[in-house]
Design a protein. Structure first.
Length: 573
């Protein structure tokens, strides 16, 4: 079912420019627009009656059976349009792929049944006859039936839109968004319903149900007030990307880390929908991306204040409830860990693909961030973005939010996947930069070392970090904040240059009566050190891994064990 809705979502998403164009034209020159032009009415009618349905049908047919399938689907849809007195946008989106599949099946049945040399003739004649047959069938049979069905369906949609139960839709919409069904719901279900309703009313509340940025914005603002200072910079960036850029995926990780925040999201979404419904507000087109600015731009002249009020109320409700849930007495932040280690690439990656469910918005933003971080050091690296089901076969590495890994692996089981907590947090891309580092810098690892005392081992670690330029004599002692875990000790220094050094002592050095076989030194800013220390502890918590690393004589084995936790910011020399 998800695949079907994803396909319908792709039909709308690939033609989003056309949908927004129709909405802008309607707002500007429609009957209730800013500059009403009665002579322009036939243009608006043609967009909704012919252009959008035919383009949707062609796109769906092409997805199912290529260019020829798209042409056959468009011909069939023309028959439906001409035999009805309603806009057949929804029917075109639903049946376009179906006619494409029928065309593909019929064409396959005729293969290898005619003499060699007649392939082109048979192909063209078969295509023409199939398209003609589809058109006649739809004009005389399917069209009248769909006209009656769509009339009843449209009345049902109006009943739902005017129902007092409409705010309850937030129970499904808000959790579904966070579970990465946002594109499926918006472009595969709510968007087509809205486009159908817009032809009749000039606007639709369905465009606002999923696109409303208020609930997510309220959660982000609450997190800004309540969470640790280290996260504030990332949160400020996320707020701007969410509200202005319209990329809602940036707040999903904060909800997934704290599931209780689903409650403010649902309450905020319901409150906003109630305001939209109370004032009969709507948009003239799908807002994609769902930026607050674009939403206001696509609001009809008389609905701007109502739409703004709905977004503000939903944000306020979500903010207040999130503040209560995130209060110091109740808040227990459980950091999300990264996925299992990916296989080390056999060669230097040449093509990286950033992915998300829809293949635009968050993945495009992630690709832009990654290009900025890698252009100078890796000028020949190809970086692109794509939807999960459209990732190129020649991709060497795939990057996306870690929750999408199972879905990505269904389509690309053998391609390394780097899961990030958020595509909007530039710090997360340290994992990608670490992955790109060729063979690491083996000077960061010393094997088969010996030391009689703890002091001697710490001095050895400090001298190594000084030699590599990570700390200097004024940075103080390395005995600050020791952390012990499974035969390893992690020391943090006040050095400002980010760095990480690992020294192996196979015979052990005793710290507080316990033997230590791996001595790890960190330098850099406090957030960098804290993040790296937590990730290293996560690796060393596995007794089998820490035991193996105590006696290995292969530096690459240590590097592999810490991938992708071995951050690029701690690999600089």
């Amino acid at each position: 079912m998800k695949k079907i809705f994803r396909m319908y979502s792709a039909v709308v998403y690939q033609n989003m420019i056309l949908v927004i164009t129709a909405g802008v034209v309607n707002i500007m020159f429609g009957e209730h627009g800013w500059l009403p032009l009665p002579r322009f009415a036939p243009v608006i009618d043609s967009l909704y009656l012919f252009v959008i349905p035919l383009i949707f049908a062609f796109t769906g047919g092409r997805m199912a059976a290529g260019q020829r399938g798209g042409i056959a689907a468009a011909a069939a849809t023309l028959g439906i349009i001409l035999s009805s007195d309603l806009s057949m946008i929804l029917a075109a989106m639903l049946f376009g792929p179906l006619f494409g599949w029928l065309y593909k099946y019929c064409e396959r049945c005729t293969q290898n049944r005619f003499p060699i040399g007649t392939e082109l003739l048979v192909s063209h004649v078969t295509g023409a006859f199939l398209s003609t047959g589809f058109l006649l069938f739809c004009f005389y049979a399917a069209g009248p039936f769909l006209n009656t069905a769509m009339t009843h369906f449209y009345h049902l949609v109006l009943t739902v839109a005017n129902s007092i139960w409409l705010p309850a839709a937030a129970l499904l919409i808000e959790p579904g968004k966070v579970l990465f069904l946002n594109n499926v719901m918006n472009h595969g279900l709510l968007g087509p319903l809205g486009i159908q309703q817009t032809k009749e009313l000039g606007k639709s509340i369905f465009f606002l149900l999923e696109a409303n940025p208020g609930p997510g914005l309220g959660v982000l603002i609450a997190c800004l007030f309540r969470l640790k200072k280290e996260e504030c910079l990332a949160l400020k960036t996320a707020i701007g990307i969410h509200a202005i850029g319209g990329i809602h995926e940036v707040y999903f990780p904060y909800i997934l880390k704290r599931p209780l925040l689903f409650l403010p999201l649902i309450a905020g979404g319901a409150a906003g929908t109630a305001v939209f419904s109370l004032f009969n507000a709507g948009l003239a087109s799908t807002a994609s991306p769902a930026s607050a600015l674009l939403i206001l731009l696509l609001s009809p002249k008389g609905d701007i204040l109502s739409v703004a009020a709905g977004m503000a109320v939903s944000c306020a409700v979500s903010l207040m409830l999130s503040i209560l849930i995130l209060s110091p007495s109740r808040h227990h932040d459980e950091p999300m860990s990264s996925d299992d280690d990916e296989p080390v690439p056999a060669r230097h990656p040449r093509k990286l693909i950033v992915t998300c469910d829809g293949g635009l918005a968050s993945s495009a933003m992630g690709a832009a961030i990654l290009k900025k971080l890698t252009t100078r050091k890796y000028p020949n690296l190809q970086i692109g973005y794509a939807a999960i089901h459209q990732i190129p076969q020649d991709a060497d590495v795939i990057i996306g939010q870690q929750e999408l890994k199972p879905e990505v692996k269904k389509y690309n089981p053998n391609v390394p996947y780097i899961g990030l907590l958020s595509l909007a947090d530039e710090r997360e891309y340290d994992k990608v930069l670490s992955y790109l580092a060729p063979n690491r810098d083996e000077r960061l690892i010393l094997l088969k070392q010996t030391a009689e005392t703890k002091t001697e081992a710490i001095m050895m670690l400090g001298e190594c970090m000084q030699t590599l330029g990570f700390i200097n004599r004024t940075d103080g002692t390395l005995e600050k904040y020791p952390v012990l875990r499974n035969g390893a000790a992690v020391f943090r220094s006040s050095g400002k240059t980010a760095g990480l050094v690992i020294i192996q002592f196979p015979e052990g050095v005793y710290f507080k009566g316990a033997p230590v076989y791996l001595l790890i030194g960190l330098s850099g800013s406090s957030p960098q050190q804290l993040r790296a220390a937590n990730e290293i502890k996560a690796v060393l918590s596995d007794e089998s891994i820490s035991s193996r690393l105590r006696h290995t004589d292969d530096k690459q084995e240590i590097l592999k064990a810490f991938r992708p936790f071995f951050l690029q910011s701690f690999s600089k020399t």
